[in-house]
Structure formats: structure tokens, C-alpha cells
Design a protein around this ligand. Structure first.
Ligand code: NAD
Ligand code: DAU
Length: 352
């Protein structure tokens, strides 16, 4: 079959990537979707078992730090477009060991830009969409929102590596005319989220009656967006966004961490038939994250007014769906939290 686009999605076996791959495979049968993933601890092909046999889906196990592998994959699949999500994504891990973040997030991104530049040779009609984070803007006080004009001020090794990759993507647009688009999104939540991140970690620990480690006073604020709404935003920007532009993605949904953990406790008390208030007893205040950003909040006006995107569900609805998915998929949780992850969990969250 002839495909109208051959899109390389990197990091497609991870949390957001697997939602995006599923959406693109299902919604665009005329596109070939090539998922490139190294399958680190965060990548899991079971996330995509429902589309693995689709005629327009291919998987390539590869490392974006390997330029020869990228060249071969561009040639083999005649890649016309890239949506780049592959990254080391967890802030706590970046504090423990920054180098992997520099290699994958910075060097890997530049390798991918080089592969696209070499393959496309200034031809019109291609798109390189770089998926990034609101953390590049730094930390907000009580007031204000991040806009696309907010100056970059990354403060963790993770956000410094993502900010660096954003700068390289813009530099390739200005220097070589590479047809890039960029998006910077707030905190995602939903199914298939690795249980080192706040929401799936708390669900996992509530279910298993383990301590719920809340950093500092729990008064840091995050702005949460359902992962499928992020996937729909990427789809919109990839197709209709302007070249060289970045778009903020978020749903005006700020919560303090402690409010959110309490909400999850009461939701799970109800779902698990436990006495009201019992899971809250598991909340344990622990040493704060080093350099912990106080508040993130996204202004997505540009994406909404220019491209007509908006989130599809409320946080309460999304959290209920997410909790139901985790309760129905304990085997997935067991699988991804066994082995090497268990050592990390014990070290990070139980202090052993
Ligand atoms: P994730 O950690 O769940 O998945 C990352 C994926 O990248 C995994 O499948 C992993 O195997 C793959 N990968 C890692 N290193 C690789 C390498 N060297 N070569 C090839 N593949 C590699 O991450 P996520 O939460 O799905 O985030 C995806 C992207 O979205 C990242 O770029 C992240 O910075 C960005 N982002 C995430 C959020 C969020 O809330 N999770 C918000 C905004 C932006
Ligand atoms: O804002 C977008 C970013 O959101 C993405 O770019 C990152 O890839 C993603 O991991 C996420 O970063 P955060 O650091 O905000 O997410 P995390 O789930 O690690 O933490 C959310 C908040 O919860 C943060 O204030 C730290 C706090 N926290 C986290 C954990 C894991 C706790 O209090 N206890 C915990 O055990």
C-alpha cells in the first residue's frame, strides 16, 4: 500500500508516545506510523498491543544516540515527518544522574535533527515536531501563567536538557531552514503512566497500603492535562501549526500536590470499599525535592484561538478513568515495577 506520509514517532512505547501512536495509527490509515524506541525502563511494547498488527504500524528498536541507526531507519521507511517524544522524562532521576538526560535529550535530539536534515535536503512539505515541556520556563510565584513569550529559566537537570533541545530545534529552523514545530505541555496524567510519577505512584501505593511520600509541605502546584488531550493537541499542531512556532498546551487545571493526593485517597477509598479517610492515614511528608519548582501554569490561548484546540474532559472525569484503568491493569503495574525498577523505588521512596 502507498502511504501519504511516513511519520517517525520517537518514544512511542512510553506514556505519552503510546497514546499518540495509537491515535495516529487509528485516525490516519493513510499514514505509515513508524515507532522508534530504545525500550528503556519507561518503554513498554505492551502499551501498544492493540495496534501492533495494524497494517500502517511498524516498530524499530533503536537509540536516538546512534546516528547510523537513525540514518538506516530514515532510508528504510522513507521518513517524511518526525514527531519527537523520546526522552529521559523523570525529574528525580535527573537529580540522581544528569548525564543520561544530556545524552538522550540533548545529543539524541541533535542526532535526530541531523538525520532529518540529511534525508530531506531542504525539500518542502516535511515537518519535524518537537514535543517539549512547560518546565523550560522555570517556576512561577502565586500569580501569572507561562506564555510562549516567557523567558526560558530551566532549574532541574531534566528541564535544562529539554530547554537545550528546544534551543537546538529553533537553531535548526533559523540556520538550516529545517521545517520545525514545537509544543510545550504541562503535567500529563492517564493510563500507562510509569508509577514513579506522582499520580500513578500514589494510586499504586494507596492500593497496596504503602506510605504516600509527599515532598516538602505538599503545597507545590502543578497544572494537569489528560494525556489523550495532549495527543490531540500534538495531532492539531503537527497538521495545522505554523512552521518555526511553538505552542503551549494546558487545560487551566492547577492543584497543590496535597489536594490532589487527598482527592485520590477519597476516590480510592470509595472504589475499594474502604472507610472514608482511611487512605489519608498513609500520607507521609518527606524531604523536599532539591530545587523543587513551586508552581507551573500554562496559558494555551495561542493554541486555542489559532488552531481551535481545547481539552475534552474535566480533571475529575479523567482521574476517575485513570484510577479505573490502574485498578483493572494491576498486571501491567506489577510488570513495569518489578526488576530494576524495584531497586530504584526502594532507594527513592522507601529510603532503603
Ligand atoms: P516516558 O518516560 O514515559 O517515555 C519516554 C520514551 O522514550 C520511552 O518509551 C523510552 O523507552 C524512550 N526513550 C528513552 N531514551 C531513548 C533513546 N535514547 N532512544 C530512543 N528511545 C528512548 O516519557 P513521557 O512522559 O511519555 O514523555 C514523552 C515526551 O513528552 C518527553 O519528551 C517529555 O519531555 C515530554 N513531556 C512530558 C510531559 C509529562 O507530563 N509526562 C509533559 C510535557 C512534555
Ligand atoms: O510539567 C511537565 C512535566 O511534568 C514533564 O515535563 C515531566 O516529564 C513530568 O515528569 C512532570 O514533571 P513533575 O516533576 O512535575 O512530575 P512528578 O510526577 O515527578 O511530580 C509532580 C509533583 O509531585 C512535583 O511537585 C513533585 C511532587 N511529588 C512527586 C513524587 C514522585 C511528590 O510530592 N511525591 C512524589 O513521590
Amino acid at each position: 500500500m502507498e502511504f501519504s506520509k511516513h511519520i517517525l514517532i520517537t518514544g512511542g512505547a512510553g506514556f505519552i508516545g503510546s497514546h499518540l501512536v495509537r491515535r495516529m495509527v487509528r485516525n490516519y490509515p493513510s499514514y505509515l506510523i513508524v515507532n522508534l524506541d530504545k525500550l528503556t525502563y519507561a518503554g513498554n511494547l505492551e502499551n501498544l498491543s492493540d495496534v501492533a498488527d495494524a497494517p500502517n504500524y511498524r516498530f524499530e528498536k533503536a537509540d536516538i544516540c546512534d546516528p547510523a541507526a537513525l540514518k538506516a531507519i530514515f532510508e528504510k521507511h522513507q521518513i517524511t515527518d518526525v514527531i519527537h517524544l523520546a526522552a529521559e522524562s523523570h525529574v528525580d532521576r535527573s537529580i540522581e544522574g544528569p548525564m543520561e538526560f544530556v545524552l538522550t535529550n540533548v545529543v539524541g535530539t541533535v542526532n535526530l535533527l541531523e538525520a532529518a536534515r540529511a534525508a530531506w535536503q531542504n525539500e518542502a512539505g516535511h515537518v519535524f515536531h518537537h514535543v517539549s515541556t512547560d518546565e523550560v520556563y522555570g517556576s512561577l510565584g502565586e500569580e501569572g501563567l507561562f506564555t510562549e513569550q516567557t523567558a526560558y529559566d530551566p532549574r532541574s537537570p531534566y528541564s535544562a536538557s529539554k530547554a537545550s533541545s528546544d534551543h537546538f530545534v529553533r537553531a535548526y529552523f533559523h540556520t538550516y531552514g529545517l521545517p520545525v514545530k514545537m509544543s510545550n505541555c504541562s503535567n500529563n496524567y492517564g493510563s500507562h503512566h510509569f508509577p514513579e510519577k506522582l499520580i500513578p505512584l500514589m494510586i499504586h501505593n494507596i492500593v497496596n497500603e504503602k506510605p504516600l511520600p509527599v515532598y516538602g509541605k505538599g503545597d507545590n502546584i502543578r497544572d494537569w492535562l489528560w494525556v489523550e488531550d495532549h495527543a490531540s493537541a500534538i495531532d492539531t499542531i503537527f497538521h495545522n501549526g505554523r512552521l518555526g512556532e511553538s505552542y503551549n498546551v494546558g487545560g487551566l487545571n492547577e492543584w497543590t500536590n496535597i489536594e490532589l493526593v487527598r482527592f485520590l485517597c477519597s476516590l480510592l477509598d470509595r472504589k475499594l470499599g474502604r472507610a472514608s479517610g482511611s487512605s489519608e492515614q498513609l500520607i507521609t511528608y518527606v524531604t523536599d525535592r532539591a530545587g523543587h519548582d513551586k508552581r507551573y501554569a500554562i496559558d494555551a490561548t495561542k493554541l486555542e484561538t489559532e488552531l481551535g484546540w481545547k481539552p475534552s474532559i474535566t480533571f475529575e472525569e479523567g482521574l476517575e478513568r485513570t484510577v479505573d484503568w490502574y485498578l483493572a491493569n494491576q498486571a501491567w503495574v506489577e510488570k513495569v515495577t518489578s526488576g530494576a525498577y524495584q531497586d530504584y523505588y526502594n532507594h527513592m521512596y522507601l529510603g532503603r
